[in-house]
Design a protein around this ligand. Structure first.
Ligand code: SF4
Length: 392
């Protein structure tokens, strides 16, 4: 539901090379040439200028530079982008969250003080694993020692708000490997951890290798045990699961990520970026817009003053919006607030999903309290996809 503010997401598609499991909008560049970087940054700022009107006057809630590998940008480019967003939305809270995703590499380590001076307040470090074998299986460009060196440099540069990314469920990975990853992650005392199960996306080299039997994924039960180990290890260190894949110390939850789960307004800029547009007459439940994934098409459209997305935004009808509201809220520890849901849609969750709620409760996957609020049980979190599909 709309909170009257706006979060801004800037997608930077460049990566040193493309990891075989990745299906994000990315472009392999090796080293990012200055002219290419400058052209893309200019396009992002032009897109911002063309689209800010829809969000005019809204206080800025968060800024997130994601990718791709946004830390391949020079600090002066990051500074231009952050300043551009702040100028477009001058009203911002003190202590505004400005997140930059960082990959562990020497080049990026050297730039950390520059990123800090550019206005970045929070880093999301793509560690993925502290085990070289796992990093090799993932096809990542870095090794564990580089991740450690980056985390040291992050602390030296004075960043206090740090998130680590971990991935589990890799081919050949064992429970003990995941437990070691979690233990080392906790040792770095991050305020936030995102821990994702590896998913094999269609049309990736990974999907081909799995189909050919060249990569064998761990059994489902083993992956569930890994998920439990992640949750237990992080909880023991004071990082609570506030969303299915997101863990934080109190007060360190990601402002930006929460906006998506709460269906708040987000202006997404750049290749393949998604926007959540706020409700307006004719779009009472808001609208969604997605940018093209091809770099040339994106640049050509933006540089000629046209909207980045060729298609008009998708206006959400009530049924789609209800369904999204339900399963996005169920991703979070807070769960689905029945009164808030009724305020927006005129019906309580039970009025619409009584059969699903009763069956999921009987299966031990869902809790319903006296006020009608819904929450996943621990077992429901493990089998969340089978819960969510009942609300679609
Ligand atoms: S570094 Fe991240 S965004 Fe880039 S290719 Fe690898 S997984 Fe994808």
């Amino acid at each position: 539901m709309d909170d009257g503010r706006v979060g801004v997401y800037l997608h930077v598609p460049f990566c040193e090379r493309v990891c075989p499991y990745c299906d994000f909008a990315v472009v392999a560049v090796g080293r990012l040439a200055a002219a290419r970087e400058d052209r893309y940054v200019a396009a992002l700022l032009a897109e911002l200028a063309g689209r800010r009107g829809l969000f005019e006057g809204r206080p800025l809630a968060s800024v997130y530079l994601g990718g791709g590998t946004p830390s391949l940008l020079r600090p002066d480019s990051v500074a231009r982008l952050v300043a551009g967003v702040r100028a477009a939305f001058p009203e911002a809270e003190a202590g505004l969250e400005v997140t930059l995703e960082v990959n562990p590499s020497r080049l990026e380590r050297e730039r950390l003080p520059g990123f800090r001076d550019a206005g970045v307040t929070r880093l999301s470090v793509g560690v993925q694993s502290f085990d070289d074998r796992s990093l090799k299986v993932l096809g990542r460009a870095h090794r564990a020692d580089e991740a450690r060196a980056t985390l040291e440099a992050v602390a030296e540069a004075g960043f206090r708000d740090v998130s680590l990314d971990l991935i589990f469920g890799l081919p050949g990975q064992r429970l003990a490997d995941v437990e070691r990853d979690v233990a080392e992650a906790v040792g770095w005392a991050p305020g936030h951890v995102s821990a994702y199960e590896l998913t094999v996306e269609a049309d990736t080299p990974y999907a081909t290798a799995v189909a050919r039997g060249q990569l064998v994924r761990p059994a489902e039960d083993d992956v569930l045990a890994m998920m439990d180990a992640v949750g237990e290890g992080l909880a023991a260190a004071g990082l609570h699961a506030y969303e299915i894949s997101s863990y934080a110390r109190p007060g360190r939850e990601s402002v930006h990520n929460r906006r998506y789960w709460q269906r708040r307004a987000v202006l997404g800029l750049g290749l393949g970026a998604w926007s959540c547009e706020p409700p307006r007459p004719g779009a009472e439940h808001g609208a969604r817009r997605v940018n093209p994934r091809g770099l040339d098409a994106y640049l050509a459209r933006v540089e000629s003053g046209r909207p980045a997305a060729e298609a008009p935004p998708e206006v959400l009808d009530a049924a789609t919006a209800r369904s999204e509201a339900a399963f996005l809220a169920l991703r979070t520890a807070r769960g689905l607030d029945a009164a808030g849901f009724a305020a927006e849609f005129g019906l309580r969750p039970r009025d619409l999903y009584a059969e699903a709620i009763d069956e999921l409760r009987a299966a031990g996957l869902l809790q319903e309290d006296a006020s009608g609020d819904l929450r996943l049980t621990p077992q429901g979190r493990r089998l969340s996809d089978s819960v969510f599909e009942r609300f679609v």
